[in-house]
Ligand binder design. Sequence first.
Ligand code: MN
Length: 153
Amino acid sequence: MSTEATTKVFTHQTEPFRWEEIPLLAYKEEGTHFHKITRQVLFEGGDKLGCQWRYFEISEGGHSTLEKHDHIHSVMILRGRGEALVGDEVRAIGTMDLVYVPSMTWHQFRANCNDYLGFLCLVNCDRDRPIRPTDEDLRDLRRNPKVADFIRT
Ligand code: MN
């Protein structure tokens, strides 16, 4: 993994929501449980800073994976509008809003407001792998009509 982003002192924006020498990556290596979302690692983190700072961008109609995990997310929306599920709550979110995703809490982000949804997401470098819902989890989640209407798998 490149440490470019952590060792380089100044990194300028080259165009809106793109930065010098920071590659535009696939959200995850594989899967059909997400749609129209990209990832850029702004700061890799490492020994002296045990967290990584990423910028994700979902284009219109896209969504992140419905998942949960032990590690937490601290999210700041940087661009556009959309909606997020955290736990059993679905909320409209927009630029400069903050979203905290607690440990072992189902979450998903969507760009469903005819707009981009771009957000910074802070995570531990050392973190567990996300868990996706089982059929039983989905049954439980769908007991809440608002959640049932929102989630994409
Ligand atoms: Mn997550």
